[in-house]
Design a protein around this ligand. Structure first.
Ligand code: FES
Length: 106
């Protein structure tokens, strides 16, 4: 489909979900997960202030640089790994087609 990408999201029970996300609606990964009824709270609404959208990026996609706000938030989050990102800071673009992430523990 035009203007969509495919994503794989592994939930906290280890179940894999194949999602289709639009790239022309300025959505981020947190919003896409919420829209697919995955257990991602997005408490702060995508302001990099809560870490409830914490994911581990499993595929080797090139990711945008982390902002200071994202780094600060991940500094305070639990279960942080080298591949941790805040889903709300990953805006859905064509470059993310095939992205695979796992929801971090909360
Ligand atoms: Fe709060 Fe991402 S939704 S940090």
């Amino acid at each position: 489909m035009e203007n969509t990408i495919q994503l794989t999201v592994i939930d906290r029970d280890g179940i894999s979900h194949e999602l289709v996300a639009p790239t022309d609606m300025n959505l981020n990964l947190m919003e896409v997960c919420k829209g697919s009824d995955l257990p991602v709270e997005g408490t702060c609404g995508g302001m990099a202030l809560c870490a409830s959208c914490h994911v581990y990026v499993l595929s080797d996609h090139e990711l945008p640089e982390q902002s200071d706000d994202e780094l600060d938030m991940l500094d305070q989050a639990f279960f942080v790994k080298d591949n941790s990102r805040l889903g709300c800071q990953l805006r859905m673009t064509e470059a993310f087609n095939g992205l695979k992430v796992q929801l971090a523990k909360v």
